[in-house]
Write a protein that binds this ligand. Structure first.
Ligand code: GAR
Length: 209
């Protein structure tokens, strides 16, 4: 499976993918890493692993659509089977997303549909959630609203603040993303008009990985 990874920052999820591939735990190849931020550490991780790394700033593009067309023409040029948004913090235009339905996933730090958008750990604490976590979902034009493939649950503990909770969720994000990618690489998971299919049957709840 040829993976293109989109990342805006630290790149720990990208590192988890690269490590899993290097250890033989994931039958995939990262064929390109793309960022909207030239200083993203994710680009350094890619280069250290010998993966082509490309930064494209949205500055100078007249619209979200124009930027996404430019970005995705670079992504398409590496012919990915799957596009992985791993901490890619830009909203994407509906047209670009809709052209790639079922071929683009995102990891999000909450148990979707709860706590979409930013500051998810603080949102969970403010709501008094007892359980929090992370989700991997197919990307659709609705922000953080696409069909959920898999989730990892993390208890909220007494004394948690957003930073502590984020750290424990991140520890679970990495194995969640790798396990989901293994299922995708093995061809078990597809998206169709009925939702997420697992070996041809519609998933009625996200996988717990
Ligand atoms: C991760 O926690 C990821 O779930 C989150 O950004 C972080 C990126 O970390 N993504 C979002 O919030 C997307 N809405 P990383 O750069 O170390 O992988």
């Amino acid at each position: 499976m040829r993976l293109a990874v989109l990342a805006s920052g630290r790149g720990s999820n990208l590192l988890a993918i690269l490590d899993a591939i290097a250890r033989g735990q994931l039958d995939a190849e990262v064929v390109g890493v793309f960022s909207d931020r030239a200083k993203a550490a994710a680009l350094d991780h890619a280069r250290e692993a010998g993966v082509p790394a490309t930064a494209l700033s949205a500055k100078g593009y007249p619209s979200r659509e124009a930027f996404d067309e430019a970005m995705f023409s670079l992504v398409d040029a590496v012919h990915p089977d799957l596009i992985v948004c791993a901490g890619y913090m830009r909203l994407m235009s509906a047209a670009s997303v809709n052209q790639r339905l079922g071929r683009m996933i995102n990891i999000h730090p909450s148990l979707l549909p709860a706590f979409k958008g930013l500051h998810t750990h603080q949102q969970a604490l403010d709501a008094g959630a007892a359980v929090h976590g992370a989700s991997v979902h197919f990307v659709t034009a609705e922000l953080d609203g696409g069909p959920v493939i898999a989730q990892a649950r993390v208890p909220v503990l007494p004394g948690d603040d957003a930073e502590r909770l984020a750290g424990r969720v991140l520890e679970r994000e990495h194995p969640l993303l790798i396990a989901t990618l293994r299922e995708l690489a093995a061809g078990h998971i597809r998206l169709n008009k009925h939702g997420v299919q697992y070996d041809g049957a519609t998933l009625d709840a996200p996988l717990q990985l």
